[in-house]
Design a protein around this ligand. Structure first.
Ligand code: SF4
Length: 515
């Protein structure tokens, strides 16, 4: 049964969109009780409503829908993972998902080619190792992104793992929050380089300090109303300092506001960012204080820059004598054998700990100094390498037309060819981050890229062809700005040459230190 709360919508549902009307009668989480039955009945027996609600189970029908395969998304809060979990994901992928494993821009894993008959076994095996797909999709609190280095990071103010866990415990699978107006994305990080991309989340916590009663207290600043898709918004900061033990209270308060006041008429105007933009942060804070009481005002912001979520290479951990090795997974895609081998390497050289990054990469952590060299010599690290070429090592891609029903264009293979072309032709001393999306929805986060590509179709004398809008100059952290779209739309086959000209122009004309 759906949790009953005082919506104006329950009294007058006349303006609700189709998905909202469905959710009035069936809570998304109800689908979890139906998995066995649906799996036995098979794909053909699924209704449109079942397909909609299956998102709460973390699965989407993949393109083309008629073929009956699913994408399965696995939550990895803050990207923190152990070798047992990684191994099980690899094995499930090998058995049921044609050995394909993608790392997403929210630190999740995605499998493809999965049949509904296999859901019960997959969900059980994941649960046995403490992994879940539930609420990885749908109008609910999604995977909490965080600092992939939490607990080992020399650049974090505090270890955020227990905080992420506590927020997840308060919100996840909680029927008070399983019917939100739209997806709901949280980021929690105490890394001073904004590793968890705070500004593009509905709700974000970033490191801060404040002197209270003569003592410097470490805590967080709070951001609300960020998000990408076709109408990107930067999150805005509330005038609030939050102690670590108060993060859950604030997260619950903000989520309640979204639930109670978020827009439910039009799907494309339902994210929290639209409410925040309409209200303004002052009103938002006032309403929030009505829910959770007053908090002290902002302290000192501790974000000093933006590392864009990249950790490739070999780096010292906070713990004396231990290192983490940041590996570049080309466009976030591995096969099952590679992931299983990464799990083995994490056991052999580290303590079995791995981390996923919002740049679609993977880290092996807790490697003692004397084992680093041997790890670097492993054959797998020649492909999934800590020392990628400048363009290949800074490329992010959404799923695209290969599997996504909303896609207009191909992305991963396209981007692979683009970065190989650029790496072969332009030596560069500074990384340039390229992101690609197959449609305006921005799962590939193109608006925060140095160069963002957004897929479109254009009419040509030979028929409709794939093309890309190109936007330049996106960044987060201090001076955050979305990139600016250039005039014109470039046919897909011309993109490498246009980018080559653009990057050569930058390289030749830039001033000292100009990015
Ligand atoms: Fe699909 Fe568009 Fe998201 Fe790419 S950006 S995965 S094409 S919805």
């Amino acid at each position: 049964m759906a949790f009953k709360y005082p919506w104006k919508w329950a009294e007058d549902p006349s303006k609700l969109n189709k998905v909202e009307l469905l959710k009035l009668n069936r809570d998304g989480l109800d689908i979890l009780d139906d998995i066995e039955r649906l799996a036995q009945a098979g794909y053909e027996a699924l209704t449109e409503d079942d397909l909609q609600l299956l998102k709460w189970a973390g699965v989407y029908a993949q393109r083309p829908k008629e073929e009956g395969y699913f994408m399965v998304r696995i939550r990895v809060p803050s990207g923190v993972l152990n070798s047992r979990q990684a191994r099980e994901v690899a094995r499930i992928s090998r058995e049921y998902g044609r050995s394909l494993v993608d790392v997403t821009t929210r630190q999740c894993f995605q499998l493809h080619w999965v049949r509904i008959e296999n859901f019960p076994d997959i969900f059980k095996r994941l649960a046995d190792v403490g992994l879940f797909t539930y609420e990885a999709c749908g109008d609910c609190p999604r995977n909490i992104v965080g600092n992939p280095l939490a607990g080992i990071d020399p650049n974090e103010l505090i270890d955020t793992r227990p905080i992420v866990e506590a927020v997840q415990k308060a919100l996840w699978l909680n029927r008070e929050f399983s019917n939100l107006p739209r997806k709901y994305k949280i980021s929690i990080s105490a890394n001073i380089y904004n590793a968890a991309h705070a500004e593009i989340n509905d709700l974000a916590f970033t490191p801060a300090t404040k002197v209270i009663d003569g003592q410097e207290v470490v805590g967080f600043h709070v951001w609300v109303g960020g998000g990408l898709s076709s109408k990107p918004h930067m999150a805005q900061q509330l005038d609030m300092f939050v102690r670590p033990e108060e993060v859950v209270k604030v997260a619950v308060g903000v989520t309640r506001i979204f639930r109670d006041y978020g827009y439910r008429e039009k799907r494309h105007r339902a994210r929290l960012k639209f409410l925040v933009a309409d209200w303004g942060v002052e009103k938002f804070q006032e309403v929030l204080e009505g829910y959770i009481g007053k908090f002290p005002g902002r302290g000192e912001d501790k974000i000093v820059g933006w590392n864009a979520g990249y950790f490739t290479g070999v780096h010292r951990q906070k713990q004396e004598g231990l290192y983490y090795v940041g590996l570049s997974v080309p466009l976030g895609r591995m096969n099952a054998d590679e992931l299983e081998e990464l799990a083995d390497l994490a056991d052999k050289y580290g303590n079995g700990s791995l981390r996923t990054c919002n740049t679609q990469n993977i880290l092996i952590t807790h490697v003692p100094e004397e084992k680093v060299e041997a790890l670097l010599a492993e054959p797998l690290l020649q492909r999934i390498t800590p020392f990628p070429k400048p363009f290949s090592g800074h490329a992010v891609s959404c799923t695209g037309i290969e599997f996504c029903n909303l896609a207009l264009t191909e992305t991963k293979e396209r981007m692979r060819k683009i970065v190989e072309y650029l790496d072969a032709r332009i030596p560069l001393d500074t990384p340039i981050r390229l992101h690609i999306n197959g449609c305006p929805n921005s799962c590939g986060q193109q608006q925060i890229a140095d160069i963002g590509l957004q897929g479109a179709l254009v009419k040509t004398p030979e028929g409709m062809k794939e093309a890309y809008d190109i936007a330049i100059g996106g960044r987060l952290g201090p001076g955050a700005t979305f990139n600016t779209r250039l005039k014109g739309r470039v046919l897909a086959e011309h993109v490498p040459y246009v980018l080559e000209a653009l990057i050569r122009f930058y390289r030749d004309e830039r001033q000292e230190g100009e990015d």
